[in-house]
Design a protein around this ligand. Sequence first.
Ligand code: PLP
Length: 452
Amino acid sequence: DRTTDAWRHLDAAHHLHPFTDYKALAAEGSRIIVRADGCSLWDSEGTEILDGMAGLWCVNVGYGRDELVQAAARQMSELPYYNLFFKTATRPAIELASRLADLAPPGLDHAFFANSGSEANDTIIRMVRQYWALEGHPERRVIIGRQNGYHGSTVAAASMGGMSAMHKQGGGTLPDFHHIREPHHFKYAQDQDPEAFGREAAGWLEEAIQAIGPERVAAFVGEPVQGAGGLIVPPPGYWAEIQRICSKHDILLIVDEVICGFGRTGQWFGSQTFDIRPDIMTLAKGLSSGYLPIAAVMVGQRIGRTLVEKGGEFVHGFTYSGHPTACAVALETLSIMERERLVERVRDDVGPYLMERLGALREHPLVGEVRGVGLMAGVELIRDKTAHAFFSPVGKVGTRCRDHCFNNNVIIRAVADTMVLSPPLVITPAQIDHMVDTLTRSLDQTEQDLPT
Ligand code: PLP
């Protein structure tokens, strides 16, 4: 068996990591994760690490679930693979589509399967434009998203997202995408009444629609809680106003539930937490708890009927759309969630406890704001609370705090200067204590090595 150093050497020699600062990685080497159980990971040196991020916001039922292993094994021995193209279907894909239709907010009763959030979001771009073309409005092409919104890494999904650093790499965005500012109360309008800010931030959509011309706009897309773009909990009234503006101009409302779906916000879907009635929603991550790649686009009667009745062939799909083994694992994941009442656990138990424990951090000199919903939370760091002055360059202090957490064996992510927590839904109060205590210690360490 290889030593940790040998693994690191091979990794450095042959592997290009996603979303990684290659210079920092070359200087420090990677940490090799070899095993996991519950909310814990172990590295190749045998050190236990508490996973405060559920992988990448996805391992909702926790690691080490034998039920999921058995579901995959059963399906692989019966029918390891078949596709859904042309006129074939498989039982796990049909069953998952119908189960999702039962779970999803009312009206979203058709599922189209993909393998990742990025692919699901690429799918909706083609789908909404095809929808409008079939309805006689091919000029409705523009999709409006939000700055710092994240919808994936493929070129089209990244164009729909508003991550400027991604846009800079690979030649900018594709045409017919537009971004409005995200409803970040703490960043843009700390002193304004949150409800008034919610209305104002939704009004940015109205302004954009008027500037583009309503007849050219196909859809608006947003995450119920913007995750990778800063853990931005929408201010009160924001989504109701967005919904009203979309209806007024007959613009489709797309909700990216890739993070928020499957209990993260204390309801099955973020759309339920924020009372959104989307025309389309995208799902991934928690759908299979990250055990296998699978994603879905859910659409309602409006789009479903047009595609089916007027559409002919929908020229789109993936070799592994609705992969039977991934569907079997997703079905078992949903059963675990229901059996163990994990959504209720987030809403009534561990969610409120996490927010209560994090609340004490408001007194910390580095902490400007603590925000969250369900079992997702952000702790935004600030240079000077009284002057409301942020750190510059943005992200450096957050990254330093993240590294302290990592060296203290707890995974907490930094998005810009916001520390993000999104643990498995099975986390215990004792593990929440450990996570928050470690974050507090890491904040103290960060404060000590701040440049003066
Ligand atoms: N949408 C949201 C809200 C996400 O957070 C992510 C990934 O983090 C994606 C889409 C992209 O999903 P994937 O990485 O599976 O392509």
